[in-house]
Design a protein around this ligand. Structure first.
Ligand code: XLS
Ligand code: NI
Ligand code: NI
Length: 436
C-alpha cells in the first residue's frame, strides 16, 4: 500500500523552481569542495517526530490522525509504520534515519516481551533498509517516557531502574549494531535533577560514568565500533540536565575517561536553551575533536522551550556548515532533522514540505560556506588577526619557549605593546551578507 500516492520522488529543480515539492538547492550529486552534497550533508529523518508525533500538546489532543495508523500500540501497527517511513524517506531522498527503541516498537508487559517486539520490528527495518539502501545513522534508547524513569535512568536513586536502563541500552546497542547503525546516541532525558535537597550529585554522576563505561564494554564485546554520541541539553524535562552543554559534556567525558569512545551530537535548539549560539557549541566541540554529529532544528527565540522546529534560516545553516567544512565533514555523523511539524500542520504532505525546507536550507548553507571559504574572506582575516603569534615573541609563546620572566624582560625593553587593530566586526558581517 502506498501512503503518499500523490507524491512523486522529490526532485532537484533548481533555484528557479516554483514547485513547493521540489528541491531548489539540494542536489544530492552536486560536488562542493570535492564531495557530493549527499556525502557532505548525510541527511537523516528522525522516527520519533516524523512518524510518532501526533500534534498533542499539554493543552490539547492529537491533531494528526495519520491515515495509515490504526492508533494501536501493536507490533502489527509498528511494522506497517516501517513501510510508511521507508516510502517517505525514499520519496524524499534521505539517505539515513534515526530512532529510539520505543519509537519503532511498542513496550510489552515485561522486558523480555518488549525485546521480542523490538526484534520483530527490527526484522522489518532490516528488510526495508536492504530494499531501499537507506541506512541507520544512529539508534538510541528512550529512557525518559516510561514512569519507571521518573527519578532518572543511569542517574536514578533506584538500583533496579538503573539495571533496567542498562538492559534496555544493551538491547538498543545490539539492534543498532544489527541494523548497521553508524553511531549510537545518549541523550539523558531524565539524567538531571529537579531539586538538590534530595539529590546526591556526586553519586549520580559516578553512576552515569559507570553506565557509559558498561555501554562501551558491551559494544566492544559485540563488535559494535560505531561512535557513541553524547547529546547536550541544559534543561527540559528536568530543571538541570547533567549534559547541560558541550562544555559540561566534555568535562564529563574527560572526568570519566571516556574520550576515546564518545563524541558529541549537537542540537541547535539545545544550544539556544543553554544560552549559546549553535555556532558556539559546534566550534567548541570541533576545536577539541569532539564534534560527531548534529541534530538540525531551531527553536523560537520568543519561547523558552525545545520547540524542535525545522531549520529554514540560511544564516544558521551557513554558520553550521562553516564549522563542519572546517573540520573536514561530519562522517560517520550526519545532519539529523530532530524536528517536528507544527500542530497546525497536520496533513501528511507537511512532512515533505518541512524536510524539503531543512534540506534546502542546509544545501544553501553548504554552498555559501564553501564560497566564503574559497574566497578566504574569513579565514584570511582571522589568520592575519593573529599574525603577531607567527613570529618573534608570539611564536616563542606558542612554542612554549617563553616564561613570565622572559616576557617581562621583553616588555621592559620594548616599553609598550604594538598598537591594537580593529576587529572589523561590521565589515565582516557586511561581507557575509554579500554571500547570502
Ligand atoms: C530531546 C532530544 C532527543 C534526542 C534523542 O530533546 O533532542 O530527541 O535527540 O534522544
Ligand atoms: Ni536531539
Ligand atoms: Ni531537542
Amino acid at each position: 500500500m502506498e501512503c503518499f500516492p500523490e507524491i512523486e520522488s522529490i526532485a532537484f529543480e533548481g533555484p528557479g523552481s516554483r514547485n513547493p515539492l521540489s528541491f531548489r538547492h539540494y542536489n544530492a550529486s552536486e560536488v562542493v569542495e570535492g564531495r557530493t552534497m549527499q556525502e557532505h550533508l548525510r541527511f537523516s529523518v528522525c522516527y520519533w517526530h516524523t512518524f510518532r508525533a501526533n500534534g498533542s500538546d499539554p493543552f490539547g489532543a492529537a491533531t494528526m490522525q495519520r491515515p495509515w495508523d490504526d492508533g494501536s500500540e501493536s507490533v502489527e501497527n509498528a511494522v506497517k509504520r516501517v513501510e510508511v517511513a521507508f516510502e517517505f524517506m525514499q520519496k524524499l531522498g534521505a539517505p539515513f534515519y534515526c530512532f529510539h527503541d520505543r519509537d519503532v516498537a511498542p513496550e510489552g508487559a515485561s522486558l523480555a516481551e518488549t525485546n521480542a517486539n523490538l526484534d520483530r520490528v527490527a526484522d522489518a527495518l532490516e528488510a526495508a533498509q536492504q530494499r531501499t539502501g537507506i541506512k541507520l545513522l544512529w539508534g538510541t534508547a528512550n529512557l525518559f517516557s516510561h514512569p519507571r524513569f521518573l527519578h532518572g535512568a543511569a542517574t536514578t536513586c533506584n538500583a533496579d531502574v538503573f539495571a533496567y536502563a542498562a538492559a534496555q541500552v544493551k538491547k538498543a546497542i545490539e539492534v543498532t549494531h544489527r541494523l548497521g547503525g553508524e553511531n549510537y546516541v545518549f541523550w539523558g532525558g531524565r539524567e538531571g535533577y529537579m531539586n538538590l535537597y534530595n539529590t546526591d550529585m556526586k553519586r549520580e554522576l559516578d553512576h552515569l560514568g559507570r553506565f557509559m563505561h558498561m555501554a562501551a564494554e558491551h559494544a566492544d564485546r559485540i563488535g559494535f565500533d560505531g561512535m557513541f554520541l553524547f547529546e547536550p541539553k541544559p534543561k527540559e524535562p528536568t530543571k538541570h540536565q547533567y549534559d547541560f552543554d558541550a562544555a559540561a559534556c566534555l568535562n564529563f567525558i574527560r572526568s570519566y575517561g571516556l574520550e576515546d569512545r564518545v563524541k558529541l551530537n549537537i542540537e541547535t535548539n539545545h544550544a539556544t536553551l543553554a544560552g549559546h549560539t549553535m555556532m558556539h557549541e559546534l566550534t567548541y566541540a570541533s576545536i577539541q575533536g569532539f564534534l560527531g554529529s548534529i541534530d538540525a532544528n531551531t527553536g523560537d527565540l520568543l519561547l523558552g522551550w525545545d520547540t524542535d522546529q525545522f531549520p529554514t534560516n540560511v544564516y544558521l545553516a551557513t554558520r553550521c556548515m562553516l564549522v563542519i567544512l572546517a573540520q573536514g565533514g561530519l562522517a560517520p555523523g550526519g545532519v539529523n532533522f530532530d524536528a517536528k511539524v507544527r500542530r497546525e500542520s497536520f496533513e501528511p504532505v507537511d512532512l515533505f514540505h518541512a524536510h524539503i525546507g531543512g534540506m534546502d536550507a542546509f544545501a544553501r548553507g553548504l554552498k555559501i560556506a564553501a564560497a566564503i571559504r574559497a574566497d578566504g574572506v574569513l579565514g584570511d582575516f582571522v589568520s592575519n588577526r593573529y599574525r603577531s603569534f607567527d613570529s618573534g615573541i608570539g611564536k616563542e609563546i606558542e612554542a612554549g619557549e617563553a616564561s613570565f620572566e622572559a616576557l617581562e624582560t621583553y616588555m621592559l625593553e620594548k616599553g609598550n605593546p604594538d598598537a591594537n587593530e580593529s576587529g572589523r566586526q561590521e565589515m565582516l558581517e557586511n561581507i557575509i551578507n554579500d554571500y547570502l
